[in-house]
Design a protein around this ligand. Structure first.
Ligand SMILES: [Zn+2]
Length: 338
């Protein structure tokens, strides 16, 4: 399959290279900052198609992959980090990433297996029953093939100053969309390298994840409370003075505060809808999903569980919902708080 190149020059030695992915989200943006040093932000997924597209896109703006000196990663998802090892090996490039990502990508296969184990346990507890194994295999097959381990040469913590392509940026942790999201802001211009923290065309829904952070053991099977973290992260970004945002998907945009307000309003709306499904008694996450999306909820369990469980976390934090103890079958139910 061949894909047309999608390359956009943004001025100031920055280029957006949109790399095809096999995922529903479509292309992923990687950014080339000419520096020096010649710096690539994110890489695209680990596939021959994406590698070819990356190479041709780089050539289109006058560079070879072998010339890349630094690779910066924004978060753990395979469409962003899958080619990091190959690019860094071919180019001898240094790899910079959020601190929590180092141990996670050091052994990608083990991390992904633990992710699957956690997802299976959560789906089981929340009502999917015998469909669990199939559902997890489906997600793993569709996703895991496009990841890879990557070396970490330099890790970045929350609030760190960091030179990217010879320009002064500040790094901020923004967990939510994934546990390891980080944004990089050039304070003199307001330019933000955003990864998937805030996307212009689609809401970057936090998905069901295992906890990945510097305070947790690398092999923890604790669930990451993604939506409460995401809401907190969005509120922190809303207050910032930002100009142009370079997102992980879709076009470059401005106007982060208004967009964040829209996203937060949408999540409040969904939380209300889910709360309403509990008016006739306690339900499992699967039952909540089915009462909102109908039977199609069962065919995309990973996404629907992510939505429901995220909103249950938020509603429990607001003391509007309570979780019952596991029943004799090991099932979790949620009910409206009195
Ligand atoms: Zn992502």
């Amino acid at each position: 399959m061949s894909h047309a190149l999608e390359v956009e020059s943004l001025g100031n030695g920055i280029h957006r290279l949109a790399i095809p992915t096999p995922f529903l989200v479509g292309r992923v943006n990687v950014y080339l900052l000419e520096g020096p040093p010649l710096t690539l932000i994110d890489t695209g997924p680990n596939s021959g198609t994406s590698l070819d597209a990356l190479q041709l896109s780089l050539r289109e703006v006058g560079h070879e992959m072998e010339d890349i000196e630094v690779v910066v990663l924004t978060h753990q998802h395979v469409d962003h980090v899958g080619l990091a090892r190959i690019v860094s090996e071919r180019a001898g490039a240094e790899v910079i990433m959020p601190a929590a990502l180092g141990p996670y990508l050091a052994d990608w296969k083990t991390s992904a297996e633990l992710d699957d184990e956690l997802a299976a346990a959560v789906m089981q507890t929340n009502g999917l029953g015998s469909g669990v194994t199939q559902a997890v295999k489906q997600v793993a097959r569709a996703y895991r093939a496009f990841g890879d381990s990557a070396p970490c040469d330099h890790s970045v913590g929350d609030g760190d100053s960091i030179s990217i392509a010879g320009r002064d940026f500040k790094a901020h942790r923004r967990p939510g969309h994934s546990p390891t999201d980080m944004i990089f802001v050039e304070e003199s211009t307001g330019l933000m390298i955003g990864g998937d923290h805030l996307l212009p065309k689609v809401s970057s829904n936090p998905v069901l994840s295992r906890r990945v952070d510097v305070d947790a053991p690398a092999d923890t099977l604790e669930r990451f409370r993604s939506l409460p973290a995401y809401v907190k992260s969005l509120r922190a970004t809303e207050k910032m003075n930002l100009g142009r945002i370079l997102p992980g998907h879709g076009p470059v945009f401005e106007g982060h505060a208004k967009l964040i307000q829209e996203r937060l309003a949408m999540h409040e709306d969904r939380a209300d809808k889910m709360l309403a499904t509990l008016s006739d008694g306690p339900k499992t996450a699967l039952e909540i999903a089915v009462s909102i999306w109908g039977e199609t909820a069962r065919s995309q369990p990973f996404l629907t569980f992510s939505e429901v469980i995220g909103h249950m976390d938020v509603l429990m934090d607001a003391a509007q919902v309570a979780a019952s103890p596991l029943d004799a079958d090991g099932l979790q139910r949620f009910e409206s708080a009195p």
